[in-house]
Design a protein. Sequence first.
Length: 147
Amino acid sequence: MPPVLQLTIPMTLDMLKSKKVETNNPQARCLLSTLASAMCSQHASDVEKLQQELKNVQRDMKDFKQEVTRVICKIEGTLSYMMEVVTRLETRSNCVEQQLREEEDRGIVRNKVLTFLLPREKELREKCADLERRTALDSQARLIFQY
């Protein structure tokens, strides 16, 4: 819009509002008509720009929505996979804990058996040693009496 019209539009609007303009004067009517059509074309241009901006914003929003939906789907897939991994790890952990408990139980039983067997082994070793000594003494005594 030319600068002259930009300056005269507010003045003309003020004049129209105050109704101090003579509409009988052909020059005034021509000026008013020119100003009105300039204002209308300016408003039409502004509306067209706004509509274009609205379309751009709507397109951007649609693209953003699609991107967010894609990211959410990817996150859901990753979360599902992680839940499966956690479930498998929990199962393995439970199995290992069960095996550990069983091994501890077997260790307790082994300790009880060893607690019983070690003194018995000691007794038997002592008895064997005593018998070997006696046998050795008997052998020596027989040898001595033979001569």
